[in-house]
Design a protein around this ligand. Structure first.
Ligand code: APR
Length: 231
């Protein structure tokens, strides 16, 4: 059985990572246009670096929760038959034990150089004078995070997994941002069973055959155990 799982901010909520779409429309006090667009970065790179430095530092204060660990357990059983896609830029899936995670919106622990485009691992503070380890350019290092208007990572691999899957599960995502919000329809068209795990009704809910209403930390381990019992 081939399974594709898409996770969003909700899977990390119980670990203490804030979700994005709070009712005030701000991300931790910032407008999305200021901290999550290439134009915002051009206007004020220092502010953007500060925003991501804060989020990167916050990773030290959070731990994976039972939902991340349950998906790692599922990977141990399914191997390459599981494709785990996350929109999250935290490393909680990896720290929960998952070995193969497609970070379609990038990662707080990666950087890229706007001159040579080489991606690389990053820890600690990034500033307007950070130096690219490859081409040595100064001031052109930016977080390897996919901002609005930019192309997500791994799309070919994701599409191949979606058209071949038997089950598609969406966990903790509001279904507000494309292309991820459209994955359920691709999987459904291929005849896959589609399941959504979320405590709230999402704008995408009607596309799913099955709804599991509840928090990821409880419902994901329960769903994984049931699946492994049936196997
Ligand atoms: N368990 C499961 N889901 C939860 C939990 C929980 N404990 N708590 C909240 N949720 C759900 C909310 O109901 C909501 O549907 O998580 C979802 C979070 O939605 P968003 O904040 O919109 O996050 P996400 O869907 O991941 O955002 C997608 O948008 O801003 C961009 O690039 C950013 O990757 C992000 C993308």
């Amino acid at each position: 059985m081939k399974i594709v799982i898409l996770t969003g901010a909700g899977i990390s909520a119980e670990s203490g990572v804030p979700t994005f779409r709070a009712s005030d429309g701000l991300w931790e006090g910032h407008r999305i246009e200021d901290v999550a667009t290439p134009e915002g970065y051009e206007r004020n790179p220092g502010l953007v670096h500060e925003f991501y430095n804060m989020r990167r530092a916050h990773l030290h204060q959070v731990e994976p929760n039972p939902a991340h660990r349950a998906l790692a357990k599922l990977e141990q059983h399914l191997g390459n038959d599981l494709t785990l896609i996350t929109q999250n830029v935290d490393d909680l899936h990896e720290r929960g034990g998952s070995k193969r995670v497609l970070h379609m919106h990038g990662s707080l622990l990666r950087a890229t150089c706007t001159s040579c485009r080489e991606p690389f691992h990053w820890q600690g503070i990034m500033t307007v004078s950070s130096k690219c380890p490859f081409c040595k350019a100064m001031g052109l290092v930016r977080p390897a995070i996919v901002w609005f208007g930019e192309m997500p990572y791994h799309l070919e691999e994701i599409e191949a997994a979606l058209v071949a899957c038997d089950v598609f599960v969406s966990i903790g995502t509001s279904g507000a941002v494309y292309p991820a919000a459209g994955f359920v329809q691709i999987a459904h068209l291929q005849g896959a069973k589609t399941i959504e795990i979320n405590p709230n009704l999402t704008q995408n809910a009607h596309h799913f055959a099955e709804q599991i209403q509840g928090n990821a930390g409880t419902e994901v381990p329960r769903w994984v155990e049931e699946l492994l019992d049936q196997a």
